[in-house]
Design a protein around this ligand. Sequence first.
Ligand SMILES: C[S@@+](CC[C@H](N)C(=O)[O-])C[C@H]1O[C@@H](n2cnc3c(N)ncnc32)[C@H](O)[C@@H]1O
Length: 181
Amino acid sequence: MPSPAWTIFLLLAFIIIASGSRQVYNILVRGHAPFIFSRRRVLTAVINNLVLQSGEVFYELGAGAAPLTRRLAKLYGDNKFVAVEYALLPYLLGRLLTLGRKNLTWRQADFYKIDLSAADYFYCFLNVGAMKLLEAKLLAEAKPAATVISYVFVLPHCQSVKTLSVGQEKIHFYQLNTLDN
Ligand SMILES: C[S@@+](CC[C@H](N)C(=O)[O-])C[C@H]1O[C@@H](n2cnc3c(N)ncnc32)[C@H](O)[C@@H]1O
């Protein structure tokens, strides 16, 4: 009979391996973006180019541990923020880092499968395939006036209203109601 400490260790090891395997499957087979943080200077550039109005709602899609949303939620204490992340470990880390922050809601979910119609702003750092699928979903269901901010990857059929350069990479801003398609 293993000791309680061993039982906890084995349980944690099982959760980490199961969650890691699921993410590897999602990345390799389903083409989902892996867990990589946006750099600090990217977060600063986005924050400096954003002014949230009272009542506006901000979603981070594929939030990881939500570095941008965590900073914004501190700055805009009266706005509502939603961090959507399906992978267990970044989700738990993000929740831990935002304990007690009442204006930030975490959802452990696949963002393709949830309703995105409440958001005024979206931030994402994903990959080429994800942006293609997300574009169709956003055009079908997001608020027409919503703004989409994407680090590195473009919405393939949309024209950005603003692009910021951060080193070699770009941050694209889209206003859904200015698109011609
Ligand atoms: C490149 S990381 C970006 C993390 C964070 N947004 C940032 O900028 O630091 C992409 C994240 O999206 C998550 N992700 C990818 N596809 C997803 C999906 N369909 N639903 C929810 N999360 C997803 C991954 O697990 C990963 O944590």
